[in-house]
Design a protein around this ligand. Sequence first.
Ligand code: GLV
Length: 338
Amino acid sequence: MTKKRIIAYNRLEKPVLEELKSKYDVKFFKNINTKTDKVFLDYLEKTEGIIGLELEVDKDLLVNAPNLKIVSNVSVGYNNLNLEELAKRNILATNTPDVLTDTVADTIFGLLLATARRIPELDHYVKSKQWNDPLESEHYGIDVHHKTLGIIGMGKIGQAIAQRANLGFDMKILYNSRNKKPKAEAKYNATYCSLDELLKQSDFVILITPLTEETNGFIGRREFQLMKKSAIFINGSRGKTIIEKDLIESLKNGEIAAAGLDVFKIEPVEHDNPLLNMKNVVTLPHIGSSTYETELKMSELAAKNLVAGLNGEKPPSLINTDVWENIKPLVSKKTIDK
Ligand code: GLV
């Protein structure tokens, strides 16, 4: 029997890739133009499953993938997937929630501490042998503990950040999200407030919403100007949830004090991006969930999702349950017919 064809894209931990290769005809692609790469497009035609990171799955790709049954993201975010086009073709979509929650919360909190206490800048100061006298106040950072933290997006990761802020740092927590979260409010002493009120009152603003049509570019100049001049802004969501040029302007004009960024409008970040020359900006290469342990767990979960979808079973972390409801009767009939 010929093996089912699978595309692995951008990232999949090695043991998981090897395991899939033992069962399927898997080809791994990285750093290619998926609109023009002939090998990719040829392979795509008979591909039944895609697993990987940040592959733009749009109409163009789908018309070239008539046999596709499932797209399994190795990420919790799925802004790379056009769910409408997938639904039209009854293609399942999955992601990797839960296994990364605490890891991303650790990264975001680390970024907040690093920015507030200027850790990367001072690391450079020490290693470049500039520390020759007792430290002067020009190198001081600002306190994190007991300050006000505003969390925009109180999903699982937002709540794990609130847990750290509340239990570890005695912070006052404000949050804004689509729905109120009474349990999280009680557990972490968090207060729901409007976006504008959150921006005005917070010493630190963390953005951790998914990128959707609604959140695309929703933090811009007006929002930065509402923040305190001393505020530190942390973006752990997606680069496109903010208007990056507005952030640059606000930092240049001293409308906010500093920023910690794990994500950028264009990734990898362009080398002439002005943010890279700002001392009060701490940058990371989109590593929210990238620890050895968590990347492996994400790859394993993504592979489970993929295999279930290929076998006509419901994947454990399905995004488009409507598609599953559509195909379920067909899948079970096929199983009975066999
Ligand atoms: C990381 O950004 C993810 O969406 O998993």
